[in-house]
Design a protein around this ligand. Structure first.
Ligand code: NAI
Length: 251
């Protein structure tokens, strides 16, 4: 057997949450460019439609579902629609995430709850639903998008870093539970990536960040997508429960 993996994704069924824009959109396009069938779900209907069209343009089949990952009924409808259309789910990328930054002493309870709900409960609900399908198939790859701040902490992000640290711990546990069923579960922890989420940072903050990145640049969504392709490919069949940091050497 050679080391070629680009054919691994032809005809494979992929779900990407939060796939309407940013990193999720790039991940969806990356799988589609290798011939995968890609379903994206998101709250943002307009961007969702546009991204689904771009997936088709890049040569893949697409499906978009308006869904809130915090709502179990929505989550189930995503899985049902994908299975109705394509009969299976090979790869799930749990990417949907939000920030509501503030210093601990000023952090509102609703901002804590919102971030923990989308970033952590959303991953639990999606993973639980998809796992039922993957267990029957006896195969599957699940990739959770965490963050370096879940490893190192960050001022102003008590809610976000707690949620992302939770994602890393969840990944380790679910990997152990599902390994005997042929399902690999890993996480990717991006550093600072150029998207709408980080666009709001001031030039001063960006400069300070850059000083702490040995590779001396912010990451691109593509850098994160590349790690997802690797983890979802046969090259990573013997890797489970791990977190790959895609952070330019920051941590
Ligand atoms: P983004 O804000 O550009 O995109 C996130 C997408 O998720 C949006 O399309 C949004 O509508 C969707 N979404 C939010 N809440 C949702 C919900 N309840 N249900 C369904 N969809 C929902 O963010 P970005 O930068 O692309 O981030 C993607 C992931 O990467 C997130 O999990 C984020 O925490 C993580 N990340 C991003 C970093 C960065 O520097 N941009 C660094 C580390 C992690």
């Amino acid at each position: 057997m050679g080391y070629e993996f680009s054919d691994d994704f032809r005809g494979k069924v992929v779900i990407v949450t939060g796939g309407a824009r940013g990193i999720g959109r790039e991940i969806a396009l990356a799988f589609a460019s290798y011939g995968a069938k890609v379903a994206i779900c998101d709250l943002n209907e307009e961007a969702l439609k546009e991204s689904a069209q771009d997936i088709e343009k890049s040569g893949g089949e697409s499906l978009f579902v308006i869904a809130n990952v915090v709502d179990d009924k929505d989550v189930q409808s995503v899985i049902d629609k994908v299975v109705d259309k394509w009969g299976r789910v090979d790869i799930l990328v749990n990417n949907a995430g939000i920030t509501r930054d503030n210093l601990l002493l000023r952090m509102k309870e609703e901002d804590w709850d919102a971030v923990l709900a989308v970033n952590l409960k959303g991953i639990f609900l999606m993973t639980r639903s998809v796992a039922k399908v993957m267990v029957k198939q006896r195969s599957g790859k699940i990739i959770n998008i965490a963050s370096v701040v879940g490893v190192m902490g960050n001022v102003g992000q008590a809610n976000y870093s707690a949620s992302k640290g939770g994602v890393i711990a969840f990944t380790k546990t679910v990997a152990k539970e599902l390994a005997s069923r042929g399902i690999n579960v890993n996480a990717v922890a991006p550093g600072f990536i150029k998207t709408k989420m980080t666009e709001v940072l001031s030039e001063e903050v960006k400069k300070r960040l850059m000083d702490n990145i040995p590779l001396r640049r912010l990451g691109e969504p593509r850098d994160v997508a590349n790690a997802c392709l690797f983890l979802a490919s046969s090259l990573a069949d013997y890797i489970t429960g791990q977190t790959i940091l895609v952070d330019g050497g920051m941590v």
